[in-house]
Design a protein around this ligand. Sequence first.
Ligand code: RP5
Length: 172
Amino acid sequence: MAKKPKVGIVMGSDSDWPTMEEAAGALKEFGVPFDVDVISAHRSPEKAHDYAVNAESRGYGVLIAGAGGAAHLAGVLASLTTLPVIGVPMPTTALGGLDSLYATVQMPGGVPVATMGIGKSGARNAAIFAVQILAVSDAALSKKLKKHKKDLAASVEKKSKGLKAQLKKSRR
Ligand code: RP5
């Protein structure tokens, strides 16, 4: 049986890890194998090139790239591989992550990067989106995603009941 594809999580700096660990956590929840690497489009461009051109042969099915500021990592990887690349813009102190968002999302026609929201929810969504891509050809993963949707709906119901109970008490 062919080995299941892995997800490659890369980030421009170890300072991105507190955000990007959300992606790793979500992949663990779904039981999807992944590797984590720090690669910078600007500080280690040769490593970025090597990573992207060899990603497919190294068993990756999807890449998740987080970077901040002049965030070119996801775009550079996408320019060198045909694997789907998901970009996660990091929050920044100078410009609130808008710089990262614009740099990641505004790709020229022909080189798509699936750009998530800024920060931790974006990182978590990147992982779920990666699982959705892999689930197209993996029935077991697809089943897990359906359960995930049900769990989300159940958690909202729980919140609604909790709030109603709290309001009822405060009206007494
Ligand atoms: C980007 O520069 C990284 O992705 C990080 O978000 C930002 C700052 O990096 P450090 O100066 O903390 O290494 O390339």
